[in-house]
Design a protein around this ligand. Structure first.
Ligand code: FAD
Ligand code: MG
Length: 293
């Protein structure tokens, strides 16, 4: 069957795009591998009307509402290939099934490359975070540690001082120059140069010299790249952002491959659930209009 649109990625952005198309009675297939980026967090903050709600619950409610539309096909699985076929697209899944669509929407999200520190990955989303807007408030203006991964951390550090008493943990990532040190001092930031041995307890940083620095929470900037190579395989141009790599789109969320759209974390910065939902809705409307006009 030829679908009007194939959506790869059925999280916030993909579902928001699908919803617009389903409400226009279009035939949509959503292929979703079920690995939302925020699956490590038990509360999602900052999304109007859903502040503090379990992110799985937000996704589950959205999916239930989508499933009520008869023109939706939902496929739990992984898309392994996407290519142009005639005027449309052909998508192959891991179990070797082939699906055809007039339009393609890539809403596959990004992956987070975490600093390889002992004890960090286990605390990702519970006491180690990337975004102070999402998780800063709950630290109750306590002690915040920001783990450096590159000189770009300075922006993150200055921003974090809005939410608590900040220590910049250099961990050998770079050496701040005199200007940077003066700026950090003016913002009341403590600099800790010692290399980190690991994270323990709630968010305690053990330094290699044996000292343990306790924090209410830790932030670290992760480098983000599209979670699948599908866009590249298809020939979509990518672009560099302050956070990593994303798929290039125009204002209608169309990629550089005509008929292929992209939305959510994989196609915009900064990243949040509400921005992914808004971006997905935008993509859905523009995909629909491209089918009409
Ligand atoms: P995602 O939610 O990442 O979903 C992408 C989907 O595509 C996944 O279901 C994945 O399995 C699927 N997929 C990928 N490749 C394929 C494929 N080849 N085939 C099929 N399916 C595929 N934001 C907030 O607003 N508030 C918060 O409190 C918050 N907390 C966060 C905490 C953590 C620890 C992290 C990492 C992020 C947090 N975020 C938060 C950011 C938020 O998670 C993202 O902005 C949001 O999930 C982006 O939605 P998305 O739909 O673009 O991508
Ligand atoms: Mg999505």
């Amino acid at each position: 069957m030829l679908h009007d649109a194939i959506v790869i990625g059925g999280s916030y952005a993909g579902m928001a795009a699908a919803l617009q198309l389903l409400r226009a009675r279009r035939k949509v297939i959503v292929v979703d591998a079920g690995a939302r980026r925020n699956r490590f967090a038990s509360a999602s903050h900052g999304f109007l009307g859903q502040d503090g709600v379990d992110p799985a619950e937000i996704a589950r409610t959205a999916r239930e509402q989508l499933m009520a539309y008869p023109t939706l096909t939902w496929l739990e699985g992984t898309a392994t290939d996407a290519k142009r076929q005639g005027d449309g697209f052909a998508v192959t899944t891991a179990n070797s099934e082939l699906y055809r669509g007039k339009r393609l929407i890539l809403a596959t999200g990004v992956s987070d490359a975490l600093p390889p520190l002992d004890g960090l990955a286990e605390r990702w989303g519970s006491s180690v975070f990337h975004c102070p807007y999402c998780h800063g408030y709950e630290l109750n203006e306590g002690r915040i540690g920001v783990i450096a991964t590159s000189p770009d951390v300075l922006h993150h550090v200055v921003l974090s001082t809005e939410w608590g008493d900040v220590t910049l943990l250099l961990n050998g990532a770079f050496e701040p120059d005199a200007d940077a040190r003066a700026e950090l001092a003016a913002r009341g930031v403590t600099i800790e140069a010692g290399p980190i041995a690991g994270i323990e307890g709630h968010a305690d940083v053990r330094l290699q010299d044996g000292r343990v620095l306790p924090f209410a929470g830790l932030f670290t900037a992760t480098r983000n790249v599209p979670s699948t190579p599908l866009a590249e395989t298809l020939g979509c141009e990518l672009e560099t952002t302050p956070f990593g790599i994303q798929i290039r789109t125009d204002e209608s969320k169309q990629t550089t491959v005509r008929g292929a759209f992209a939305c959510g974390d994989v196609a915009r910065v900064p990243h949040s659930v509400s921005l992914a939902v808004g971006d997905g809705a935008m993509a859905g409307v523009h995909v629909h209009r491209s089918l009409v006009f």
